[in-house]
Design a protein around this ligand. Structure first.
Ligand code: GLC
Length: 477
């Protein structure tokens, strides 16, 4: 099969969150003698772009309504990521350091989708599957189906994977002219809430809708950011497939980013060595349990609870514990968390920003990872934590619910139900008790390290899905 994955991020080329980890790993596991997998993302001004060799495989001009943008398609020469990587270079729109949050994001990502399809139809072969990720590629299932310009792709099955239903790529109908011509009879397919909604469009037009965990699929049927009734309508072409993690990159035995490598046999000493170094950097005492949070500081991640959680936990435990926060996001949360530095010096620290290496070192060093998410379509942090012998403390939602079971129910972590300061603090209290019971905590760490969340099986599940929708599509023609 010839499979195209199209999305906005791909690790290690361009990363904001878990979307990048998925697009950087799943294709690698699908690429084999039977399948050729190609990943297409925009060309941002990132270090990967400048430190690797690319060749230009296509050159063209895309039309976004009345605007014309020259673009080129750059292929990474050595397939070093384990698949063919293509960057769509539209200098006027993407030669910028950040991935999102520009005023013209709609123009940028609509143009990216048009350029991708322009290039794909100009190639010699037609893909067997186009797999789109999130709203940034949500118009592709529509355009490939209904725009005469892309008639060659009309019968190519498309999949939309929803990594986060909160972001939908919504814009008003006065920008309809951005899209290549199509018969207006199909205009309803673009519409949700009187606007063009890219995610809703993909959900309507794709042959299959997947979410990144089974529980998230159930949740969005009643809490789906305004798309509930649509999710209910497409239930028979929807599937929840739990993400995997890249075991090559996330492996404490050979991770070159951490201070000391360790295995199941040596984790006790290995983790302590890592912890010593990290605690030294952040001015903390490595003999105390270390609780960390790694992620974007947004309400959806429950980060707004953190300032009160920190205050309350130190009121209860005084100087018995350490808390470290890595992330960036909403200024108000950043400020509140930074202000706490003066009060809890020596037991608390925060790094505002995103640093992949520091994240690896923190997984290796921490005793517990706090994941208090209000919503979590899948969540990869808990899987990384398990792999590094670190115990996840999670709110039961989405993929967290599918992967973490409370240790008192013979599980692998600590769970609570509400996104509240009280619930998170109760879990911290249980964690402090657990930390004192070395035998039990070590058992849990080993259990976590033995868990296999490899992409291997998951990628197979996607391949089976591709086969299924291909057969269905073929039969219906
Ligand atoms: C998004 C979701 C997260 C998921 C990731 C990868 O970032 O918020 O839960 O793990 O995508 O699918």
């Amino acid at each position: 099969m010839e499979i195209f994955h199209i999305g906005a991020e791909c690790y290690p080329v361009a990363k904001v969150g878990g979307l990048a980890d998925v697009i950087g790993a799943l294709p690698k596991y699908q690429n084999n003698t039977e399948n050729t997998v190609r990943v297409v993302i925009p060309c941002y001004e990132t270090t990967f772009r400048f430190q690797n060799d690319f060749e230009c495989v296509h050159w063209g001009k895309l039309k976004l309504g009345t605007f014309n943008f020259p673009f080129s398609v750059l292929k990474e020469k050595t397939n070093k990521l384990g698949f063919e990587l293509y960057l769509i270079e539209i200098p006027e729109l993407f030669n910028r350091p950040d991935i999102y949050n520009y005023r013209d994001d709609i123009e940028r990502f609509v143009a990216f989708q048009i350029a991708s399809l322009d290039w794909i139809i100009g190639r010699n072969s037609i893909p067997d599957i186009i797999h789109c990720h999130d709203h940034h590629t949500g118009l592709i299932p529509f355009m490939s189906k209904y725009c005469p310009k892309y008639v060659k792709l009309k019968n190519v099955p498309t999949v939309i994977t929803i990594h986060n239903s909160l972001y939908q790529g919504v814009f008003t109908f006065n920008k309809l002219y951005y899209l290549p011509e199509f018969d207006l009879i199909h205009i309803k397919e673009l519409e949700w809430g009187n606007c063009i909604n890219s995610l809703a469009t993909a959900i309507k037009c794709a042959d299959e809708v997947t979410t990144v965990s089974p529980t998230y699929l159930n949740e969005i049927n009643y809490s789906g950011n305004g798309l509930e009734t649509l999710y209910q309508r497409v239930r028979n072409k929807s599937k929840g497939i739990l993400n995997g993690i890249d075991l090559d990159i996330w492996n404490p035995e050979n991770d070159s980013m951490i201070a000391a490598n360790y295995s199941i046999a040596t984790f006790s000493e290995g983790k302590q060595q890592n912890k010593k170094k990290l605690c030294l950097q952040f001015g903390m005492n490595p003999t105390k349990p270390l609780f960390s949070f790694i992620g974007r500081l947004y309400n959806e991640k429950g980060a707004d609870l953190l300032p009160k959680v920190v205050t309350s936990a130190f009121t209860t435990f005084k100087e018995e514990i350490n808390i470290l926060i890595l992330g960036y996001g909403e200024t108000e949360i950043e400020n509140k968390l930074t202000q706490l530095l003066s009060t809890h010096k020596g037991n608390y620290n925060i790094y505002i920003g995103y640093d992949e290496e520091l994240a690896h070192r923190t997984y290796a060093s921490s005793d517990f990872i706090l994941i208090p998410s209000r919503m979590e379509p899948c969540g990869l942090n808990q899987m990384y934590a398990l792999r590094y012998g670190t115990i996840p403390i999670v709110r039961r939602t989405g993929g967290l619910k599918d992967t973490i079971i409370d240790f008192e129910d013979d599980g692998n972590g600590i769970c609570h139900d509400q996104a509240s300061v009280e619930d998170v603090c109760d879990s911290i209290e249980r964690a402090v008790d657990l930390y004192k019971d070395k035998e039990q905590i070590d058992k849990l760490r080993i259990k976590g390290m033995n868990t296999n969340h490899s992409w291997k099986n998951v990628s197979q599940e996607y391949l089976e899905l591709y086969n299924l929708i291909t057969t269905k599509k073929y039969e219906s023609q």
